[in-house]
Design a protein around this ligand. Structure first.
Ligand code: NAP
Length: 300
């Protein structure tokens, strides 16, 4: 049997970024203002600083206006909510991204609820969560959808074409990944099994799957003998491990070496789902700007 075909998320994300840049140029040429993405970082967490900087930089590269708001760690919830209210009312801003996690004295749910659902490019507002949770099969995704799950959907559709009738086993039920992935695949007419830390016989369930999506944060957890020959395995996990000579490297939640000879399709870590997240954020920002300009959502 031949090895699985690697799903090149890096290349797909580059193509998506290119399509977004083209969409931005077309929008601006039609007379609409540049799409505007506001990023908000509270505190000075080094990893968050890197994420926010790279998102702002990419937005600018794709022709968008990027406004970076850095607030001190002592910022109160009321001050943060006031900034969000100001951005909600600013027609130059189409997307508002509040970098998580927030300092402990700020209630994350209050902040997510404060963002205008139309500008919620992360797809975390309860209105958008509810829209995704109640979407019927095949209905258009004409509202913001969480970025990593949207990236998973795009990669699967690109690799497999129609997902209709396929059995997808999703490992992990977080609001960030597992649940929205399940909703998106259900909309695409998959049969869904959602699994979690209390699931019995996870290997047995996985062996029935045409598609396995794993997002649990446990290194190389899914083993080769859990996978049905020819199945597609999407590894969302990002785990940093100490490798040779004290150096660190990233591995996924799936055992790449064991699964490669069994699966039909497999995402590597890094270079699989990871690059899709920020590309989908840009896609969501363009979509929000199109809606603000009275244009329909564009397909990816
Ligand atoms: P999370 O909120 O910690 O959720 C983990 C989920 O995994 C929970 O539902 C948990 O079940 C389940 N789980 C834990 N141990 C399990 C086990 N032994 N068997 C079955 N299920 C188990 O994590 P997350 O935010 O979804 O992130 C998951 C992984 O994806 C992490 O490695 C994260 O870094 C990565 N990630 C990557 C991207 C990207 O851009 N590529 C984006 C987001 C996240 P319970 O609900 O029962 O506790």
């Amino acid at each position: 049997m031949t090895d699985a075909k690697l799903i090149d998320g890096k290349a797909f994300a580059a193509g998506l970024r290119h399509r977004v840049a083209k969409g931005v140029a077309e929008l601006v040429a039609s007379g609409a203002p540049k799409p505007g993405l506001a990023t908000i970082l509270v505190g000075a967490d080094p990893a968050s600083q890197v994420y926010v900087r790279s998102k702002g930089k990419l937005a600018a590269e794709l022709g968008m206006a990027s406004l970076d708001h850095r607030l001190g760690a002592e910022t109160t919830e009321a001050e943060l909510l006031a900034l969000i209210a100001k951005l909600n009312g600013d027609p130059a801003i189409n997307g508002i991204l509040v970098q998580l996690p927030l300092p402990k004295h700020i209630e994350t749910s209050h902040v997510l609820l404060a963002v205008d659902p139309a500008k919620d490019v992360d797809g975390f507002h309860p209105v958008n969560v509810g829209r995704l949770g109640s979407i019927v099969a095949g209905a258009p995704l004409d509202f913001p959808v969480p970025c990593t799950p949207l990236g998973v959907l795009m990669l699967l559709q690109d690799a497999l074409g129609s997902l209709s009738g396929r059995h997808a086993v999703i490992i992990g039920r977080s609001n960030l990944v597992g649940r929205p992935v399940a909703q998106l695949l259900l909309r695409a007419d998959c049969t869904i099994t959602i699994t979690h830390s209390r699931t019995r016989d996870l290997p047995g369930l996985c062996r029935q799957a045409d598609i396995v999506v794993v997002a649990i944060g446990k290194r190389e957890f899914v083993r080769g003998d859990w996978i049905k020959p020819g199945a597609a395995v999407i590894d969302v996990g990002i785990n940093r491990i100490v490798a040779e000579a004290g150096k660190t490297r990233l591995v996924g939640d799936a055992d790449f070496a064991e699964i490669l000879p069994v699966a039909g399709y497999l995402t590597p870590v890094p270079g699989g789902v990871g690059p899709m997240t920020v590309a989908c954020l840009m896609f969501n920002t363009l979509q929000a700007a199109r809606r603000a300009a009275g244009l329909p959502f564009a397909s990816a």
